[in-house]
Write a protein that binds this ligand. Structure first.
Ligand SMILES: Cc1ncc(COP(=O)(O)O)c(C=O)c1O
Length: 400
């Protein structure tokens, strides 16, 4: 048997696999499963974006282009940063990659040496620690609390910094908590990063999905010094309902972008050419489909929290999310109780029982470093959302 490399052997298998395999089995057997596990908008890609890709194919734009991205797309990305984030970048500071996930990998690979510590506020998106480990880094988790709305404070950040700290991975709006940091909170975190010269990988993929008045603020916009220290990650997957197209991008200081461009030229080369044309249409075209989608998600969030508010009596609680399309539902109030004779003790077990007995799929919080909760995505129809939440209530009522 050939031995796996140490780096790849450090990657944890996905804990959600067992749940999704079981959900698929149930569906194949003809059962209706309400799926709160989805991580993508249930809307179609807006028509004008699809048309742009078709047009690119018809025009024969099917060949290799520059590995780091089409100049016209990089220009559109620069204009987006200027318009929406007040950030001025040159096209040479932009790298177009195969999804934000790929951009994150490239950035971590470019900056992290063996043994470097990377601070990750917890609960976290499950890919972050695996990417850090695969690049030889050491994830250092900072536990946030329900009381702080799942937001890391500047004092917590400062306490976690050691001689080995190189990077903070920062995600607002957050998957899985839906937390949205305010400009003031971001400025306080930036002051700590500047003081200790810590670079920030700022994952802003959910920036458009904010409800209830809060405005997205990029940590790179704090000051020119902070911009130098930040790698901004974004993409079209979530904002434009384009998860399957695979296009993300990053913006950073020129020497880092240059290094990533060389690396990408030897690994994946360019993102497929017609997707890049579609992304130009997304960034430059009619924004109404996006604002309509955001409005619909906002209504579903309100509907979900209104229903969940009445579930406190069943020992279920939550923190109101301001962005993305997720809610962490606290199920630890049920721990110690019995469901069909089984004593409840963790989020994986709750997820498994909900699926088996109520045909409701949720993501166990343990995947995100929080075993007290399960993550519900509200990227599903209002009717399914209501029915699924009712089934969760039934489950909680049957726990004694
Ligand atoms: C926080 C976060 N960042 C990045 C991504 C990856 O986005 P993409 O599909 O563009 O790779 C996701 C997808 O779930 C995410 O939740």
């Amino acid at each position: 048997m050939i031995k796996l490399s140490r780096k790849i052997a450090s990657i944890a298998p996905s804990m959600t696999l067992a749940i999704s395999a079981k959900a698929n089995e149930l569906k194949a057997a003809g059962e209706k499963v309400i799926n709160f596990g989805v991580g993508e908008p249930d809307f179609n890609t807006p028509a004008h974006i699809v048309e742009a890709a078709k047009e690119a194919l018809d025009k024969g734009y099917t060949k290799y282009v520059a590995a780091a991205g089409l100049p016209a797309l990089k220009k559109a990305v620069c204009q987006k940063f200027e318009r929406e984030n007040g950030l001025t970048y040159k096209p040479s500071q932009i790298i177009i990659s195969n999804g934000a996930k790929h951009s994150i990998f490239n950035a971590v690979f470019a900056l992290i040496e063996d043994g470097d510590e990377v601070i990750i506020p917890s609960p976290y998106w499950l890919t972050y620690p695996e990417v850090v480990k695969s690049c030889g880094g050491v994830p250092v988790f900072v536990e946030t609390t329900r009381q702080s709305g799942y937001k890391m404070t500047a004092a917590q950040l400062e306490k976690a910094i050691t001689q080995k700290t190189k990077m903070l991975i920062f995600n607002t709006p957050s998957n899985p908590t839906g937390a949205v940091y305010t400009e003031e909170e971001i400025r306080a975190l930036a002051a700590v990063c500047l003081k200790h010269n810590i670079c920030v990988l700022s994952d802003e993929i959910y920036e458009r999905l904010i409800y209830g008045g809060e405005k997205h603020f990029s940590i790179a916009a704090v000051s020119p010094e902070m911009k130098e220290l930040t790698i901004v990650i974004n993409g079209v997957s979530k904002s434009y309902a384009m998860t399957g197209w695979r296009l993300g991008y990053l913006a950073c200081a020129e020497p880092i972008a240059k290094a990533i461009a060389s690396f990408q030229s030897h690994t994946t080369s360019n993102v497929n050419t017609m997707t890049q044309y579609a992304a130009i249409a997304a960034l430059e075209g009619d924004d109404k489909p996006v604002s309509d989608m955001v409005k619909a998600f906002g209504e579903r969030r309100d509907m979900a929290i209104n229903i969940l508010e009445s579930y406190k009596k069943y020992d279920l609680s939550y923190v109101k999310p301001d962005g993305a399309f997720y809610i962490m539902l606290h199920v630890d109030g049920l721990y110690g109780k019995k469901f069909k004779g089984e004593v409840l003790k963790d989020s994986l077990q709750v997820a498994d029982l909900l699926l088996t007995h109520k045909k409701v799929a949720v993501t166990p919080g343990v995947c995100f470093g929080d075993d007290t909760s399960v993550r519900l995505s509200y990227a599903l129809s209002p009717a399914d959302l209501k029915e699924g939440l009712e089934k969760i209530a039934e489950f909680a009522q049957e726990c004694r």
